[in-house]
Design a protein around this ligand. Structure first.
Ligand SMILES: [Zn+2]
Length: 384
């Protein structure tokens, strides 16, 4: 059984396919051909919405789905982190149901692949069903250097659980303010080629902490009873102080980048000068609106030719898991950004960042990209 579908416009790889192209999928979702309408034979479905490839959600925390609606909006990053930590205990059954519901929501919203942060193995049971493609980022944290070895080993054992189940997984650092130098070094020295990621410059407090050792993160460590007397502030930003830990031979997705400045990008570009295509910046505008009310400097990132990808973050800090909703928020704040540009971030760029562009992100023969029907009512105000 084949499914033949066409529309007035079909987006792929930064532009539109020739007029009257028909996409032909087989029953396994493989795009077996792209042909002219005249050569497509019978049973062609003509939809009124424009079509784009399925979305790649480059940053999610599926395991936190049970926290939907529990954390107050605009609470700030420190209180957000505290709330997540305080709410880690929940009945297994509720956690699993929320994971299943969240995955169904992503499928409904046209997401086909996910870069998913894990602090536990709670999502393993669902990922093995392979309803979606997942790459799991096993997240390590621990700001006190003495904890590095035990945190690293714990992450290794989670990673083994995923890989033994046939799922791709890499060890990644949580954020500059929560990972010690030895832990960064252990991650950086791993003999692994998979994509790395880190939460980067999500709040102003992160910069304040790194430059002056002041602000809300000091309270965070105080409240957690963690002695950080060893930590010495420097004059530059968190990204500038940590980018050297990331080997340029591996891909890196920097997530949030709300307080990233041109000089940060300059430093990151220098670190990745041998492999400029390995560096990606992930935007999660709805999560930023939820936690701090701030928005990433998209215009500046574009001016610096940053490669952009899109993520939903978790249901702890978002009302839904939809890349299209993230695009709508970007459009609302930046009406001059072209639809084709935003779709590129949400499809092929995300696929490249996760090294799955051989299967996802564009309409090319042999891929299993899925597709999304762009709602007319949202699209009509967008330039393309
Ligand atoms: Zn996150």
């Amino acid at each position: 059984m084949y499914r033949k579908i066409t529309s007035e416009r079909i987006f792929s790889n930064g532009g539109f396919l020739p007029d009257k192209t028909v996409l032909i999928f087989n029953d396994k979702g493989v795009l077996v051909d792209l042909v002219d309408h005249n050569d497509a034979g019978d049973d062609v479905q003509h939809v009124k919405e424009w079509i784009c490839p399925g979305f790649v959600n480059a940053h999610c925390h599926l395991e936190l789905s049970y926290l939907k609606g529990r954390i107050p909006k605009l609470c700030g990053l420190k209180d957000f982190v505290m709330s997540v930590m305080a709410n880690r205990e929940e009945e297994q059954e509720k956690i699993e149901q929320a994971i299943m519901d969240a995955e169904s929501e992503m499928i409904k919203n046209g997401i086909v692949a996910v870069g998913d942060i894990c602090n536990t193995i709670h999502t393993l049971f669902q990922k093995t069903k392979k309803n979606l493609h997942y790459h799991s980022f096993i997240e390590l944290s621990g700001f006190v250097p003495g904890a590095a070895e035990s945190r690293f080993q714990k992450g290794r054992s989670f990673q083994a659980d995923f890989t033994e189940a046939g799922l791709s997984a890499t060890l990644v650092p949580h954020a500059p303010y929560s990972v010690s130098e030895p832990l960064f070094q252990m991650i950086g020295k791993l003999d692994d080629s998979g994509t790395l990621t880190i939460h980067n410059q999500e709040s102003e407090e992160e910069t304040e902490f790194f430059q002056n050792k002041s602000g809300a993160f000091l309270d965070l460590y105080q409240q957690l009873g963690v002695d950080i007397s060893f930590f010495q502030p420097k004059k530059n930003s968190s990204l500038q102080q940590t980018i050297a830990f990331f080997p340029s031979a591996r891909k890196l997705i920097l997530v949030h980048n709300v307080f990233t400045e041109p000089k940060d990008i300059f430093m990151a570009d220098a670190q990745f000068s041998e492999h400029p295509n390995h560096l990606y910046y992930c935007l999660c505008p709805n999560a930023n609106a939820y936690i701090t009310g701030e928005q990433p400097p998209i215009q500046m990132l574009q001016n610096c030719q940053a490669q952009l990808v899109l993520g939903t973050d978790s249901l702890a800090s978002n009302d839904g898991l939809s890349i299209w909703e993230e695009i709508k928020t970007i459009h609302k704040n930046h009406p001059h950004i072209k639809l084709t540009e935003m779709l590129t971030w949400g499809t092929i760029n995300g696929a490249k960042a996760l090294s799955i562009e051989d299967r996802f992100g564009s309409f090319e023969k042999g891929k299993t990209p899925g597709f999304f029907l762009i709602p007319d009512s949202d699209r009509q105000s967008m330039i393309f």
